[in-house]
Design a binder for this molecule. Structure first.
Ligand code: TYC
Length: 101
């Protein structure tokens, strides 16, 4: 019988690390209308009305709220698009990203 069938495999399997996920964080401000925040959350983060309302109100009350987690490029693209939508309407609304622990 050949070694390949009798011997256990000894070659180390490289550990595959999962790519880090990044949080998209919604920041509160005193100027952006609540309805606009909700509309951006629905459009960019595919939330329904009640999810978007909850996230908006959490940021409004606590100062910030985690919107979702994604691979880095997706998180950054969505945060940038959401900020751009606000800027194009003259609002200071801010979305940031940071790596998950
Ligand atoms: N605080 C804003 C207001 O009272 C509404 C708001 C909520 C803005 C959440 C940003 O992330 C935010 N008009």
């Amino acid at each position: 019988m050949s070694d390949s069938r009798t011997k256990p495999r000894t070659k180390a399997q490289p550990k595959t690390e999962r790519p880090r996920l990044y949080k998209v964080i919604l920041m509160n401000d005193d100027f952006t209308p609540r309805e606009f925040v909700v509309s951006v959350l629905k459009a960019e983060f595919r939330m329904n009305e009640s999810q978007a309302q909850q996230v908006m109100m959490t940021a409004h009350r606590k100062g910030s709220c985690v919107v979702a987690v994604y691979p880095r490029d997706v998180a950054e693209t969505k945060a940038t698009r959401a900020c751009d939508a606000a800027r194009s309407r003259g609002y200071p609304l801010l979305f940031t990203t940071e790596p998950e622990e």
